[in-house]
Design a protein around this ligand. Structure first.
Ligand SMILES: C[S@@+](CC[C@H](N)C(=O)[O-])C[C@H]1O[C@@H](n2cnc3c(N)ncnc32)[C@H](O)[C@@H]1O
Length: 263
């Protein structure tokens, strides 16, 4: 590690949405073994059957990224986006108002793979229309969305991508975030989680953010203990025969897309 690179948490150093988007979302390789492609295919598969549907959807730790909400939008009426970093909330608001279009490569890949026959512009308009709230969230708190316009709402489904392991450092902290998130979901409601496995940090520019080091078995155990039935849990290594690590940016060993149901 160079002297200039620091190791910190999201509480101590502000998120940099522009660098994050450029580093991780500026291009979709569309190849087996590419992590973003694996995540996007996993999301597409999660939502394509229409089994995950309802009135209200919450995305936790959205950051500046809209891939989860984009895939879920055809199946929900009201979408709430949320994040700890206010700069990300402002970024998302700018996208909603049509001032920025940083997600185009991802949306184009998803629509190419989409079976509903709508083009990218129509899908983006639909998402903009359905995003009703963009709120501050702290998933480490018992009520992560306290004192926001959606305080007290119980959601039909929750999505979250690459947030829980970045919002916690120990396995106990991680389990608490799952418990907190679960309190916002109705019984029978679905959870779609994207996560990384066996990672201690990920990097944005010269900043390394600490993450909870968690294995696939530990993920399964925690969600089951918190009252979830795991419907599917696909990991990158078993799904793809080859995988290219972004070792410069993170020390993860694997990644997953999970669908679970609150029992
Ligand atoms: C690695 S980024 C993931 C962003 C985006 N969801 C994605 O899939 O690329 C982690 C996100 O979690 C957010 N975050 C960190 N701590 C959080 C907390 N305690 N509560 C809610 N969000 C948090 C960060 O602000 C950041 O946007």
């Amino acid at each position: 590690m160079s002297d200039e690179i620091i190791l910190t948490t999201h509480r101590d150093v502000e998120f940099d949405p522009e660098t994050y988007v450029t580093t991780y979302y500026s291009r979709v390789a569309g190849e087996e073994g590419d992590m973003l492609t694996f995540f996007l295919d996993g999301l597409k598969n999660a939502f394509k059957s229409g089994a995950i549907t309802g009135m209200k959807l919450l995305d936790i730790g959205t950051g500046p990224i809209l891939h989860t909400a984009f895939c879920a939008a055809p199946w929900f009426e009201e979408i709430t986006l949320s994040d700890f970093a206010h700069i990300n909330l402002e970024f998302l608001q700018k996208w909603k108002e049509g001032e920025i279009s940083h997600m185009d490569p991802v949306f184009e890949y998803l629509v190419e793979k989409n079976e509903k026959g709508m083009d990218v512009d129509k899908r983006q308009d639909e998402l903009r229309r359905k995003i009703k709230h963009i709120v501050h969230c702290d998933v480490t708190l018992p009520n992560p969305i306290a004192a926001t316009p959606v305080d007290g709402v119980v959601f039909d489904a929750i999505t979250s991508s690459l947030c829980l392991e970045a919002a916690s450092v120990t396995l106990d902290d991680y389990a608490k975030t799952v418990q907190n998130l679960s309190s916002l979901l109705k019984p029978g409601g679905h959870l779609v989680i994207i996560g990384v496995l066996e990672e201690t940090f990920y990097r944005i520019g010269d900043v390394r953010f600490k993450c909870t080091y968690i294995s696939k078995n530990q993920v399964q155990d925690i969600y089951k203990k918190e009252g979830f039935e795991i419907i599917s849990l696909k990991d990158l290594k078993e799904t793809c025969s080859s995988h290219k690590y972004l070792s410069e940016y993170s020390d993860y060993k694997n990644a997953f897309v999970m669908i679970a149901k609150k029992t």
